[in-house]
Design a protein around this ligand. Structure first.
Ligand code: DGY
Length: 322
């Protein structure tokens, strides 16, 4: 008798190309509503799942894993996997994969977009026009900050950090970076990038852009002290994870002028946002759009599906985490 096909659970809506690839690998059950999957529905499906495709809004913890006794793989459709307890997965022999590489350019583009938006006051300008406030061109109207010869400090010099550095070079910026270890000499030379301590980076950068993963070590890496270390003229960009920054401390720093501005794609308690940020003109806020292009989201779903298919065939995983 033939074995039944493997069961694959997809906990949210993902691009169709990814679902097609999964269908070729097994029996797919997909929660296709934009509302979060109710826990009882999810657990009933996990009960006979061999593989699960998760979104960053899923918490994969002991409780999740306990509902999934047959599970062999969690394929997260995101490069960040702070939503997954990797240790708990490893302890149960469950493989974890993420989606690095395919989203590097989209995320770096958005970081540059935020950088330009906050330094050139694009959000403020948009709000002014949309509010119907009368205005006319003026020599001193809404002056921003130029980027040429300014220093960009990159925290986390992985592929996204490097992609931001290379874009910033095209804007004439100088690059400093802070990372656990130095990147290779060729990359440093190509990007004109200099490894510095976090405190030096904070104290000397005109723009600080965060590209590190969110871990226990990076929780509130940018706190009240770090913000005080930054220049009053400096800007902070966060396209990494919200909780890398102490959001309450940032709101206070922006309010008091401890730093000049911020561009934020991610928030500590998404989708909630610190109320003070909403009333400040010197912060640009977008709703976690770093990877939100049609091409990138499809590539992320496809990569997650390739990981599931490889696991079910017993092949090496394209992008393993554990
Ligand atoms: C990621 O891939 O980690 C992004 O935050 C998802 O948009």
């Amino acid at each position: 008798m033939n074995n039944p096909p493997p069961r694959i659970v997809v906990t949210g809506r993902i691009p169709e190309s990814g679902v097609e690839l999964l269908r070729a690998a097994g029996d797919v059950w997909n929660w296709t509503s934009d509302d979060p999957i109710p826990a009882d529905v999810r657990d009933a499906q996990l009960g006979h799942a061999d593989a699960v495709v998760t979104l960053l809004s899923d918490r994969v913890d002991d409780q999740f894993l306990a509902a999934a006794p047959r599970l062999g793989i969690v394929a997260n459709v995101a490069v960040g996997y702070n939503n997954i307890d990797v240790e708990a997965c490893t302890a149960r022999g469950v493989r974890v994969t993420n989606t690095p590489g395919v989203l590097t350019d989209a995320t770096a583009d958005l970081a540059m977009g935020l950088l330009l938006a906050v330094t050139r006051r694009l959000g403020e300008g948009e709000r002014l026009i949309r509010s119907g406030t009368p205005w006319k061109w003026g020599m001193f109207m809404m002056l921003g900050t130029g980027l040429h010869r300014r220093r960009l400090g990159i925290v986390g010099m992985g592929s996204i950090g490097q992609a931001v550095a290379s874009r910033a070079r095209a804007f004439g910026m100088e690059i400093a970076y802070h990372n656990r270890s130095a990147v290779d000499a060729e990359t440093e030379q190509r990007l004109g990038a200099k490894l510095v301590s976090l405190d030096e980076l904070l104290a000397t950068s005109d723009v600080v852009s965060l590209h590190c993963p969110y871990t226990e070590d990076t929780h509130h890496l940018v706190d009240a002290r770090a913000l005080l270390t930054m220049r009053p003229s400096a800007f902070l960009i966060n396209t990494a994870r919200g909780a890398v920054v102490d959001e309450a401390a940032l709101a206070e720093a922006l309010h008091k002028g401890t730093i000049a501005g911020a561009g934020l794609d991610v928030f500590e308690n998404e989708p909630d946002i610190h109320p003070e940020l909403l009333s400040l003109d010197n912060v640009v806020l977008v709703p976690h759009l770093g990877t939100a292009t049609v091409e990138t989201r499809a590539a992320m779903a496809d990569l997650a599906a390739h990981n599931v298919a490889a696991h079910l065939k017993g092949d090496p995983l394209p992008t393993p985490v554990n």
